[in-house]
Design a protein around this ligand. Structure first.
Ligand SMILES: [Zn+2]
Length: 281
């Protein structure tokens, strides 16, 4: 069942659980995500980066087809859309949700560009995620982990001014692999949750953040957690194990990767409390 991200996150916020948003990169990973969602009877958000496929409209049409046939609610979100062109391509491709990430711009410009996207997407019934503060890279964690964090009152004002459906916040997580130990500013998160009232909140850089931190973030009021690196690494490790056998079955390479990816994703589905939270229309 194809749904918008808003439908998924409003429920998650109301009932106090988190939802995994795995990044996909091929038909196999899309199938892996949907199979996990069905196995756990859980709603799921599929995150897609625009650079991941040379023919994005085709790739999204394929995901829409699989998601429509799924027994659980699935949203398809454009991850880190940057330019106006990204937005138009995303809308044309059939995403049910779009992230407009202008968190690299000063506040006023971020508001102006996000508002423009919200205006377009409202008409089309597409939900919108934006980012305030800036979630950086794990490789630069010394700097990125403690700079450009989200200011609680600014987040509330941003939501008010733009009308976004959910907001990605910077509280000490980072993309990719952490260089050093992640330190999450839970006090800040608590204030953001309080200031942003009913608006669902998103955490980027879930990989490597740790079960304890992620559980606590969800308890504090995060509804969506983006996961890419850790799932892909889990797939790679399973694959490496599989090919250690010199007589490995060449037809089972992809299933081996998929198994590692799915096991890791399933772990987070359990941890975040989204198991059994699927609904039907
Ligand atoms: Zn991200």
């Amino acid at each position: 069942m194809l749904v918008t991200m808003k439908e998924i996150l409003v429920r998650a916020k109301r009932e106090g659980y988190g939802v995994t948003a795995p990044n996909v990169q091929s038909e196999d990973t899309v199938r892996a995500v949907i199979e996990v969602a069905e196995e756990y009877n859980a709603p799921m958000i599929i995150d897609v980066n625009s650079f991941i496929h040379p023919d994005l409209p085709w790739f999204i049409a394929m995901i829409r087809d699989l998601a429509s046939k799924a027994s659980v609610p699935i949203a398809i979100n454009l991850d880190h859309g940057k330019t106006y062109e990204d937005m138009i391509l995303g809308i044309r491709s059939g995403f049910t949700s779009i992230m407009v990430d202008r968190s690299d711009l000063p506040y006023e410009k971020n508001v102006a560009q996000t508002k423009e996207v919200v205006k377009m997407c409202r008409v089309l019934g597409i939900s919108v995620e934006a980012e305030l503060g800036h979630v950086g890279q794990g490789q630069n964690y010394d700097h990125d982990g403690s700079n450009n964090l989200t200011v609680p009152q600014e987040a509330a004002q941003f939501i008010e001014e733009t009308g976004v459906d959910c907001l990605a916040v910077a509280i000490g997580t980072a993309h990719g692999r952490y260089k050093g130990k992640p330190h999450i500013d839970f006090e800040r998160l608590g204030k953001i949750v309080e200031a942003c009232k009913d608006t669902p909140l998103v955490l980027h850089g879930g990989s490597g953040t740790g079960d304890e931190n992620l559980s606590k973030a969800i308890q504090c009021g995060i509804q969506k957690v983006n996961l890419a690196t850790e799932l892909i690494v889990a797939g790679k490790e399973e694959l490496e194990e599989f090919i250690k056998d010199p007589d490995f079955d060449k037809w089972k390479l992809v299933p081996a990767f998929k198994k590692g990816y799915m096991d890791r994703l399933g772990h987070y589905v359990e941890l975040f409390g989204q198991k059994g939270k699927a609904w039907t229309r």
